[in-house]
Design a protein around this ligand. Sequence first.
Ligand code: CNA
Length: 250
Amino acid sequence: MVLSEIDLLMDLLMKSKYIVAITGAGISTNAGIPDFRGPGGLYSREGIPGEKIFNLEYFKENPSLFYEAMPDLLHLFLEAKPTKGHCFLKKLEDLGKLKTVITQNIDGLHKKAGNSYTIELHGNFEKFYCLNCYQEIFEADEAYREILNNIESKKTPLCKKCGGIIKPNVVFFGEYVRDLEKALTEVQKADLLLVIGSSLTVYPAATLPSYLDDTAKLAIINQMETPYDSKAKVVLHEDIDSIAEKLKIL
Ligand code: CNA
């Protein structure tokens, strides 16, 4: 009997004991947050020069471009709810199979779904900080609410201590990603690496699958092709939520 790709994936999930997931923007599109490079993604929209908005040098020179585009994006990020894809990964963790989620996403949805060990390579909006004096502002601080109010009215928030530019704790082009060493270690420990909703074209996350042990398996769920498809045991070019439903693990 020839197993379908979905049966093969189920088989891999059941046999694996140390699953590590790498997720990208595609796991959150069903939560209403557009990806960058998929059809309808942010990069295909007029008036949003993504490469500039999320560029550190450009931001330092001209933070208003980022903050003018920010209100809509921030609402999307702060109000989004976990999708079936996120819940599927939480369930895999509850089953004792999934050990770590490594994500390029900045929407915090893996934590909202309840995954306890999440490596957010590109940071999150839980914190803002001053580019000049490095004063940090956390969600519980009153100043955090003031920053959100500033953003709401498309104003660039400035540091109350020194007047420096306030930046969210998300990684822009030109900055180091967070916890890369930890992510590499987790990939090396995995017996199954599950890539979900990532074009695997943004570095250094795009290199992570190459650190997989020779005996470990790679499975990819992504609507578009990725550079690693030929190396994967299972490739599903489908919507993650419909795959999550078909797997009947939820
Ligand atoms: P990407 O390069 O935009 O790729 C996303 C991939 O997901 C595409 O190849 C799509 O085909 C695929 N995809 C879209 N929807 C689905 C779906 N429902 N099911 C399966 N596949 C789908 O995004 P990457 O994450 O690879 O690139 C990394 C960038 C995008 C990082 O810098 C992120 O911070 C950034 N980003 C994050 C978010 C977020 O936090 N939700 C949103 C937009 C961009």
